[in-house]
Design a protein around this ligand. Structure first.
Ligand code: 5GP
Length: 216
């Protein structure tokens, strides 16, 4: 069965969908919803030197590696982008992204503005970027506190960082204020659907039209 966002009659090029936001704006929930409802997109699993949180699974949420392993991967050019965020290193392994795109599937990235800039420099035409904003500062604070996954000093540090993170909204193609999860999910689906239909991504179009013209 086709997913509702699939137009698989025409062969298309996969796209890279980036979601960025200050932590606590709802990005992780929105990513999960998108992955559950659309089988043509898969998540890029980052490597990180940060310690796993409770409930985080190695290989599902992140690939947790040591700083030495991270340096090796970066040095060998195995990371498509990498950045230091909250004192830890994060990076996107190159190989899985390239093989997914080659299959005409899309890749979802949950990365920060630094990584987005690097991807933009490398693959502007394949990149679609969305910035998620919280509805208010108060709500951001509430979400970070109720999550309580990190220790209090970590939460304070993240609140301080949020203002800085948010200053990068204008570098993104789309901006969504996440007031309501259903509405924000719909907005992301709509963006994805429209971006998949961009002419330059539908690489099978000229053959298709030639066949139509030839009466096939
Ligand atoms: P957390 O530690 O809360 O999971 O993530 C902290 C921040 O790092 C988030 O803004 C997240 O989007 C970002 N991040 C996660 N993985 C990567 C990555 O591979 N590259 C970059 N540049 N940022 C990442």
């Amino acid at each position: 069965m086709n997913s509702p966002l699939s137009f698989d009659l025409i062969r298309r090029r996969g796209l890279m969908l980036v979601l960025s936001s200050p932590s606590g704006a709802g990005k992780t929930t929105l990513s999960r919803r998108l992955l559950e409802s659309d089988r043509e997109i898969s998540l890029s699993i980052s490597v990180t030197t940060r310690q796993p949180r409770r409930n985080e699974v190695n290989g599902r949420d992140y690939i947790f590696i040591s700083p030495a392993e991270f340096d090796l991967m970066a040095g060998r050019g195995e990371l498509l982008e990498h950045a230091k965020v909250f004192g830890n290193y994060y990076g996107t392994p190159r190989a899985p992204v390239e093989s997914t795109l080659a299959m005409g599937r899309d890749v979802l990235f949950d990365i920060d503005w630094q990584g987005t800039q690097q991807l933009k420099e490398k693959a502007r035409n394949d990149l679609v970027s969305i910035f998620i904003l919280p509805p208010s500062w108060h709500e951001l604070e509430r979400r970070l506190m109720s999550r309580a996954q990190d220790d209090p000093s970590e939460i304070n540090r993240r609140m301080a960082k949020a203002a800085d993170e948010m200053s990068h909204w204008a570098e993104y193609d789309y901006v969504i204020v996440n007031r309501d999860l259903d509405q924000s999910t719909l907005a992301i689906h709509s963006i994805l659907l429209a971006e998949r239909l961009r002419r330059h991504r539908q690489v099978g179009l000229s053959d298709f039209v030639s066949d139509l013209q030839a009466g096939k």
